[in-house]
Design a protein around this ligand. Structure first.
Ligand SMILES: [Fe+2]
Length: 207
């Protein structure tokens, strides 16, 4: 195991925490409080089996865009390029989510069972969506915070319509609220966090 990789993973967690702290708000505080409870010592570190996906084609341009918003965070994410394990939810298909969706979607964990630190019922990761995609209504028991680093993108929850969110704004989804995301002409790179009740995966409403 590499000390450099451990330090880079810690750097990314720190950069996310500092960026979120600067934004503030009740749901951000909840994330930061849960984050502070996680074990992230050298002994807790594991190196995930890295894996890229077609969507990681957008990784470099998304990092370049993030550089304009949060330069330290962008550098910290870039430092882990090639070491992240990009994954997809197993129940998702192009049939449900639209032709080409699976080539334009993926997520990885920084803290979580598939990340660098196992986490205690807590997942902190990154999600990417390619341009012109609609991640349809889905839900899960975990309270969720998104912090998009690129954009603008559109977000919807409950019975309200899609709302435009700029890069850097935070979005909170309460447990089991239906929510959806749309990208326009640019890819989305976002930080995401499930603060508890992480053992039940997301379920699509239409599946
Ligand atoms: Fe979600």
């Amino acid at each position: 195991m590499s000390d450099d990789l451990y330090n880079d993973a810690r750097w990314l967690v720190g950069a996310i925490a500092r960026g979120l702290h600067a934004r503030g708000g009740v749901h951000v505080e909840e994330v930061l409080q849960r984050l502070a409870e996680q074990d992230m010592t050298r002994g807790d570190f594991v190196e995930p089996r890295s894996q890229n996906l077609p969507v990681t084609h957008y990784f470099a341009p998304s990092i370049a865009e993030t550089m304009m918003l949060e330069s330290e965070l962008a550098a910290a994410i870039a430092s882990l390029d090639g070491h992240l394990k990009w994954l997809q939810s197993k129940s998702y298909t192009d049939e449900i989510l639209g032709a080409g969706f699976m080539e334009n979607y993926g997520w990885c964990e920084i803290i979580g069972p598939q990340g660098f630190f196992n986490g205690d019922d807590f997942i902190l990761g990154l999600l990417m969506l390619g341009p012109h995609r609609h991640y349809k209504d889905h839900y899960h028991p975990a309270p969720e915070l998104y912090w998009p680093l690129t954009g603008p993108t559109k977000w919807k929850q409950g019975s309200s319509g899609f709302e435009m969110k700029q890069a850097g704004e935070v979005i909170y989804h309460a447990p089991n609220v239906h929510h959806a995301t749309k990208t326009a002409n640019r890819p989305l790179l976002t930080v995401w966090c499930w603060t508890r009740d992480t053992h039940t995966p997301a379920k699509l409403v239409d599946a």
